[in-house]
Design a protein around this ligand. Structure first.
Ligand SMILES: [Zn+2]
Length: 226
């Protein structure tokens, strides 16, 4: 039987495949849907202005300062984010709230919070892509995750712990994800094959090692030959 987190992971990958972006540059301005309905994403500030609601009231005096999801009349789904937060945080908040919607959460308990964070983390930095990049010889660390996947240091640290313990099944959806982002991965994290049959990695992201073609062993990287 699939575990709850396994299901959430697949929900995140499904969403990532459906969202129509293959460059990992997902923003809060992409279109998200739930049960055929578009999720309206806007800032807390805009919503406060439109509904003439004081922002303090909306955020319960700052308790929900980052953002929230609201189910309105006629099942309208709203995700609100605080436009005064830095982009990285805004993005994570939006995906966290979408996670609540996709997981069909009815309350904001501790478990629901963990699940929504897990959804956002798998959406923004999907484990199968990270494992693929790792296989190409790149070192996945906090700096790498914040730079290339735009997640916070805190989220990156959690992700690293998770990467140590996650066993990724080779599901059809995970394969689909790798196909969708292949061009993006090849461009950002390419392999370079040299005339002496060694493979190294683009100087775009310096790697200490290169992979020796025939043996599969890692050797100290040498300067790429023309
Ligand atoms: Zn939440």
């Amino acid at each position: 039987m699939q575990s709850r987190f396994e299901k959430i992971k697949l929900l995140a990958y499904r969403e990532l495949i459906d969202v129509g972006c293959s460059t990992l540059q997902i923003t809060e301005h992409h279109d998200f849907y739930f049960e055929g309905k578009k999720i309206i994403i806007t800032s807390l500030q805009n919503y406060a202005l439109l509904t003439n609601t004081p922002i303090e009231q909306l955020t319960l005096n700052g308790s929900y300062d980052d953002g929230m999801c609201i189910k309105g009349l006629r099942d309208i789904l709203l995700v609100l984010y605080n436009r005064n937060k830095i982009h990285r945080r805004r993005r994570f908040t939006v995906l966290h709230e979408i996670g609540h919607i996709k997981c069909n959460h009815k309350q904001h308990g501790k478990q629901e919070e963990i699940e929504a964070c897990f959804f956002a983390s798998e959406f923004l930095a999907p484990t199968p892509l990270l494992l693929e990049i790792k296989q190409r010889g790149y070192e996945i660390n906090t700096a790498f995750l914040t730079e290339h996947f735009g997640i916070s240091i805190q989220a990156a640290e959690k992700k690293l712990k998770q990467l140590e313990s996650t066993y990724t099944k080779n599901s059809k959806l995970e394969q689909e994800l790798l196909v969708k982002f292949k061009d993006c991965l090849d461009e950002k994290f390419p392999l370079t094959i040299h005339s002496d049959n060694t493979i190294s990695y683009s100087p775009y992201v310096p790697s200490r090692f290169s992979l020796q073609n025939n043996t599969g062993k890692y050797i100290e990287a040498t300067a790429p030959k023309p």
